[in-house]
Design a protein. Structure first.
Length: 185
């Protein structure tokens, strides 16, 4: 998403999505570990919308409804044979929405974004965030930890100890009390 906007906002307000927010609270929300690492990588704050508080998300809900009507409404009777073909059609509908002149304002959405929002965005970091799945595990008596039917060795001192396992598309990292104890590419 940040790559699409070519910048990073200071704050994002997710709608308490279960994959990103473990416990919603106005004063001390508990963010999922992977979601928090992504926010830290991009230098963005996360303030989840409060549960059952429609004021926190009313503009977003209207924007989502508008986009669904304009994009999905146009594409509902079409058949696509590849993801690239569907994405091209969605891009075309999105460009149509963004270039449409809003009657009351006299501007297009693209003009508002370029003149107001783009100036408020911070620059992107050099590398994109690589998603990492975190799991709690316990080392077996055979000095191994299992992840997706594969076994990874850990130091013998960690037998029966609780460890954190971090899995990305390329590496598996094993941590004990925040310190990396093993890694596998």
């Amino acid at each position: 998403m940040f790559r699409f906007f070519d910048g990073v906002p200071r704050l994002i307000v997710p709608d308490n999505l279960k994959s990103g927010v473990n416990h919603a609270s106005f004063y001390d929300p508990e963010i999922n570990r992977s979601y928090g690492m992504m926010a830290s990588h991009y230098g963005v704050g996360v303030l989840p919308a409060r549960p059952k508080k429609l004021r926190d998300k009313s503009k977003v809900e209207n924007g989502v409804r508008f986009a669904q009507t304009c994009i999905l409404g146009r594409l509902r009777k079409l058949t696509f044979f590849s993801l690239a073909e569907a994405n091209a059609a969605i891009r075309q509908a999105l460009d149509r929405i963004n270039d449409h002149l809003m009657r009351r304002l006299g501007f297009t959405r693209r003009q508002v974004f370029e003149s107001v929002v783009r100036a408020a965005l911070a620059s992107l970091p050099g590398e994109d965030y690589e998603f990492a799945e975190w799991r709690l595990a316990r080392a077996s008596t055979a000095y191994h930890v299992e992840f997706k039917a594969f076994f990874y060795s850990v130091p013998h001192s960690l037998i029966r100890q609780q460890i954190d396992l971090r899995a990305t598309a390329r590496t598996i990292g094993i941590f004990h009390r925040g310190k990396r104890v093993a890694s596998r590419n």
